[in-house]
Design a protein around this ligand. Structure first.
Ligand code: IPM
Ligand code: MN
Length: 343
């Protein structure tokens, strides 16, 4: 049996609560894991001036996967500092260009919509686009102040995320919707549309739709059951996946995998939600998003039976009405119920 080395970064706030929960569940699967915990967080930043040590990326490179809770404690460290010191550089350094986020209702969970039979897989480009970090500010604080931030789209980046999306669509219901805003943004988004048509020719078995981000926002509310795989740029995918989380009952259910498809570096698994300082450490946070993300990690590590077992345990628990509404059950009770299902 292979032992998988896991870099565990609980981070801030409820990141700690939900990663503790997920590690308990992982331990109950019987999969051999060797977790090493890193206390990289806003607390660490206040003590050391860094979110992670200078050689943090090199340290992580030695692991088979990274499991992360949440990053951010805006009361003491600006989000623009904490996220650019930990989460975002990891995604870029290991070329985790495919961010996979599933949106569907777990059994027993009532979302805010009338629609219930939806099963969306959002594939978000995760390393470039609007998050490229190219820009600057001049004349700060003056009336002629200028701030520029350029979205960068490369052929390599766009082609590979679309191919990844087409592969997912092929393995699912065979439909892909590419989301842009090419009616307003005439360079990058028109380019994305063109590349979509080129790559589509390689996948004659997959049907393709093109939608603008505004129309997609409406579609995900009005007719989410018509959607299969969505592929979107970094920022558009970020926004759509909070919407996806909302229609699946809330951020407590939204899982995410930051995948480095060519395995040149470790992939990272994390719930979509943030650190939620207001409920941190109170046994309130729903651990299901983190536990589902842990199941995605098992799958990525080749432990697909264990991954299926964890997902089945989550579903069995929500079907019993446990963890389906905010406040109905605490973090510990939901975790214990999932562990019990696994045993
Ligand atoms: C997410 C988060 C991050 C993002 C933030 C915290 C930088 O919102 O993972 O969706 O925008 O990618
Ligand atoms: Mn987000």
């Amino acid at each position: 049996m292979k032992t998988h080395k896991i870099a565990l970064i609980p981070g801030d706030g409820i990141g700690v609560d939900v990663t503790d929960a997920a590690m308990e569940v992982l331990a109950a699967t019987g999969v051999s894991l060797e977790p090493v915990r890193f206390d990289w967080s806003c607390e660490t930043y206040l003590q050391t001036g860094r979110m992670m040590p200078e050689d943090g990326i090199d340290t992580l490179r030695a692991f088979d996967a990274i499991f992360l809770g949440a990053v951010g404690w805006p009361a003491t460290v600006p989000d623009s500092v904490s996220l650019h010191g930990l989460l975002l550089p990891i995604r870029k350094a290991f070329d985790q260009y495919a961010n996979i986020r599933p949106h569907r209702l777990l059994p027993g969970v009532e979302g805010p919509l009338k629609a219930s039979g939806f099963d969306i897989l959002c594939i978000r480009e995760n390393t470039e686009g609007e998050y490229s970090g190219a820009g600057g500010r001049v004349h700060q604080g003056r009336d002629n102040e200028v701030a520029v931030e350029s979205a960068i789209f490369t052929r390599k980046g766009v082609e590979r995320i679309l191919r990844f999306g087409f592969d997912q669509a092929r393995a699912r219901r065979g439909h892909l919707t590419s989301v842009t805003k090419s009616n307003a943004q005439k360079y990058s988004m028109v380019f994305w549309d063109e590349v979509t048509r080129e790559i589509a020719a390689e996948y004659p078995d997959v049907t393709v739709s093109h939608m603008h981000i505004d129309a997609m926002a409406a579609k995900m509310v009005m007719a989410p059951q018509d959607l299969d795989v969505i592929v979107a740029s970094n920022l558009f995918g970020d926004i759509l996946t909070d919407l996806g989380a909302a229609i699946q009952g809330g951020l407590g259910f939204a899982a995410s995998a930051n995948i480095c498809p060519d395995l040149s570096g470790p992939s990272m698994f994390e719930p979509v939600h943030g650190s939620a300082p207001d409920i941190a450490g109170k046994n309130i946070a729903n651990p299901i998003a983190a536990i589902w993300s842990a199941a995605m990690m098992l799958d990525h590590l080749g432990e697909s039976d264990a991954a299926k077992a964890v997902l089945a345990a989550i579903e069995a628990v929500t079907a019993q009405g446990i963890g389906i509404r905010p406040g109905s059950h605490g973090t510990a009770a939901i975790t214990a119920a999932i562990v019990k299902e696994l045993q």
